[in-house]
Design a protein around this ligand. Structure first.
Ligand code: C2E
Ligand code: MG
Ligand code: MG
Length: 740
């Protein structure tokens, strides 16, 4: 490829007229160091005098070639040697040969009596700068010396300049070729006129292969038009863009940030007449890796990593688009909230890895039931959203949702186990249920919650009453939180009575909310919400503390309360701290462990079974009693009674309520009492309201009763009227970890 030099703008006069570089005449003479070499002493003296008289410093003189060579070897910096040819020790021609061999930059004028033409030619061939014949005319000799010196200077400075240029070119080439960027120049026809070596690494061809080829030969097809436009425009000023440059086989491309700069080149290889020509200087930076990283980030910003589905952000975009499209085509659009009903259980049971696989399978099934134009997104753990962009009526959405519900309900296979998951789907329709993305999605979410609360495994459409219900619910939550902070809760106690002796054998603490406007609110209304908003642990610890404090107070004042029970919900047992706090509080109020009972319901086994079992085991090992509340209503398998340390079963009031004759059959009540007897457990009947019920239970062997017949849940003062007074019970320090 042609070597092409860019006109160095900073040195416009570097091709200086060489004569200007030669020192002015007088100074020139004074700085010259000359040497006369001749075996004829008289000749030497007269020649030295002549030169000196002309203004040169007195020349050195040597009587033979050897002397001269020794001086030069020692580094004497002569500008000019006046050299005789015929000398006894070392002749002039030999001296010339040695000078040439040593590449010494010294000018030589041969001053010789030799009249043979061959000698003169021989001397000039060997590098002598001029030849003066003895006897010489002084003026002619002086003129020759001056001319030779001047020419010698010129040649020297030319040589220096050339060396400098070469060095600078090498430097520039080095810089260009080692640059991480691909650098090249294009001529006026947009063919390559120079390409840096980096091209090999970046697009897999050599600079020579590209020489003379069109720039378009390495542009990715789709970028050709844009490149053409840029090259047309580049005359007006530099421009940058991103281009894809293809490899030699056109099998792949890489991304480059390309800067095009218009330039004028002066090609040294072109004739002067050609003059400067215009072209483009191009620097292309490989940004493929950065691009890949950017693409990946962009993907992450809009997709869910686990399933590869669009995420919430992309889903919102699509909903926005769908609304515009639907408006234009006069159609409707549906958004759906899909929430898996029992996913947490499966995830806890099989672990997160299997849980993830399950989610992927769910995503696949949902996707399979949708059309390509629909969008399925994953927006949270087990939450998916669906967009049906163009539907004619709500029936279309109902049809799709019904299919999704049915598909979800087919069993999944996880670690060789069949797992049943169901989905609850809420649907909102544009434009009826909202005219903006936020509202549509919120309403689909509300509809989904409605489905959840009315039995799950189904779909349902949003209706405007749900919105009201949800804002009522929100304000209820806020009131509940404030109520807790403002100490609006209090404990009522309901006695548990021995049916034979009519003695109070225990109290169950039941929480009440004294609402500033609504009065006393019973737990059935707020306990589920307390659970949902995560207040349950705090409420339980408050109940524990208050019940223990009251019990201790009654004991100090001589009231007979053999046992205190509190209700503990599964959400609290899951939390590893409970048993420690329980023990700590009992210790604080010096309550022996056997005088305290916690009531748990059977649905605790739905959550993290292992954690709950561990916690209960710790509690029972400390001698604290455990009662199963509402026994028989929730869990069908009784096997847990065999390994869980339970001390009491409480027959649920729904069974007791059905007893209306003393000789009633009541198979469930009979069965529960039989189980308790078989496992040697205490049994308490709840909700005993009539003598008939009490009598029936007593006959079956159930002694402990709790119900309105014996006493309603009462606040502290009212309850005290029911309790028997005995002698005060002093504080007895309990050992930590004792069985009470
Ligand atoms: P539970 O633990 O089964 O409590 C017994 C419920 O039955 C109480 O309702 C009580 O007032 C009621 N009851 C007692 N005897 C009779 C009767 O003869 N007839 C009728 N019809 N009802 C009777 P309450 O106080 O409304 O509590 C309802 C539920 O709220 C409790 O059921 C318990 O599960 C929960 N709860 C109450 N306080 C707490 C608490 O501090 N923590 C937790 N986690 N749950 C609590
Ligand atoms: Mg209870
Ligand atoms: Mg109960």
């Amino acid at each position: 490829m042609n070597s092409l030099s860019i006109v160095p703008r900073s040195e416009p006069n570097s091709s200086v007229n060489a004569d200007q570089r030669v020192a002015p005449h007088a100074d020139l003479l004074k700085t010259r160091r000359l040497v006369v070499v001749d075996d004829d002493e008289a000749f030497r003296i007269s020649l030295c005098d002549l030169l000196h008289s002309r203004g040169y410093p007195m020349p050195e003189s040597c009587s033979g070639g050897r002397d001269l060579i020794s001086l030069l070897m020692e580094g004497a910096p002569f500008d000019l040697v006046l050299l005789d040819l015929t000398m006894p020790d070392l002749g002039g021609l030999d001296v010339l040969r040695m000078l040439r061999q040593a590449k010494l930059e010294v000018a030589v004028v041969v001053v010789s009596g030799d009249r043979m033409m061959e000698s003169a030619i021989g001397a000039l061939r060997l590098g002598a700068n001029d030849y003066v014949r003895k006897p010489y005319a002084p003026e002619m000799l002086l003129h020759t010396v001056e001319t030779v010196l001047r020419r010698h200077d010129l040649e020297k400075s030319h040589r220096q300049m050339t060396a400098q240029l070469e060095c600078s070119e090498r430097m520039h080439r080095f810089l260009v070729n080692t640059s991480p960027d691909l650098i090249f120049t294009l001529d006026e026809a947009h063919n390559f006129s120079f390409v840096s070596d980096r091209v090999g690494q970046l697009i897999g061809c050599t600079a020579d292969e590209l020489a003379g080829l069109s720039f378009f030969s390495i542009i990715f097809e789709e970028d050709v038009e844009r490149t053409r436009y840029l090259l047309d425009r580049v005359g007006k000023g530099e421009c940058s863009t991103e281009l894809r440059l293809v490899s030699r086989e056109h099998s792949s491309y890489r991304h480059f940030d390309v800067k095009l700069i218009p330039v004028e080149f002066s090609d040294l290889h072109l004739s002067r007449a050609a003059g400067p020509h215009r072209g483009v200087y191009v620097v292309a930076r490989d940004i493929s890796d950065k691009k890949l990283a950017d693409d990946h980030l962009a993907y992450l910003a809009y997709h869910d990593v686990l399933t590869g589905l669009p995420n919430r952000a992309l889903f919102r975009d699509r909903v926005g688009l769908a609304m515009v499209q639907a408006k234009r085509s006069g159609m409707k659009a549906a958004t759906m909230f899909v929430d898996l009903d029992r996913f947490k259980l499966a995830n806890d049971t099989f672990g997160h890895q299997k849980g993830d696989e399950l989610l992927k399978e769910v995503a696949r099934r949902l996707q399979d039931s949708l059309r390509e134009t629909d969008t399925l997104a994953r927006i949270g753990g087990d939450e998916f959203t669906v967009l049906l962009p163009c539907i004619r009526s709500t029936e279309d959405a109902a049809h799709v949702a019904g299919k999704l519900v049915a598909d979800m309900a087919r069993p999944y296979l996880v670690s060789d186990n069949e797992v049943f998951l169901t989905a609850s789907i809420g649907i909102s329709i544009w434009p009826e249920d909202g005219d903006d993305i936020e509202t549509l999605m919120r309403h689909a979410d509300l509809a989904m919650y409605h489905v959840k609360s009315t039995g799950k495994n189904n779909f349902g459409f949003f209706s405007s009453t749900m919105g009201q219900a949800s804002s009522r619910r929100l304000s209820f939550e806020n009131e509940l939180r404030h109520g807790f902070e403002d100490e609006q809760f209090e404990l009522y106690y309901q006695p548990q009575v021995d049916a034979e002796s009519q003695q109070v054998v225990g109290l169950e603490a039941l929480v009440r909310w004294r609402h500033p406007a609504k009065g006393v609110v019973s737990p059935g209304h707020f306990i589920p919400v307390v659970e949902e908003i995560g207040l349950m642990p705090a409420l339980t610890y408050w109940v524990l503390e208050t019940a223990c404090r009251d019990l201790r107070d009654w004991w100090e004042r001589g009231f007979d309360v053999p046992r205190m029970s509190i209700n503990v919900s599964p959400a609290v047992l899951d939390n590893g701290d409970f048993s420690r706090r329980l023990e700590g509080t009992l210790k604080k109020y010096a309550i022996p462990h056997e005088n305290f009972e916690i009531e748990i319901t059977e649905n605790i086994f739905v959550g993290d079974r292992q954690k709950v079992s561990d916690c209960l085991l710790r509690i029972s090992q400390k001698g604290i009693r455990i009662a199963i509340d509402d026994f028989g209503t929730q869990y069908s398998s009784l096997s847990y009674l065999r390994y869980l340390p339970v001390s009491t079963l409480k027959i649920d009031q729904s069974f007791v309520r059905e007893i209306d004759r003393v000789d009633d059959s009541s198979p469930i009540v009979r069965a529960i009492i039989a189980i308790a007897a078989g496992l040697n457990l205490n049994v308490v009947a709840e909700g005993v309201e009539t003598e008939v019920q009490a009598e029936f239970l007593r006959r079956l062997g159930c002694r402990e009763m709790q119900g309105y017949l014996y006493g309603r849940p009462l606040p502290v003062d009212a309850l005290e009227r029911l309790l028997t007074r005995v002698s005060p019970r002093p504080v007895v320090e309990i050992e930590a970890g004792s069985a009470g």
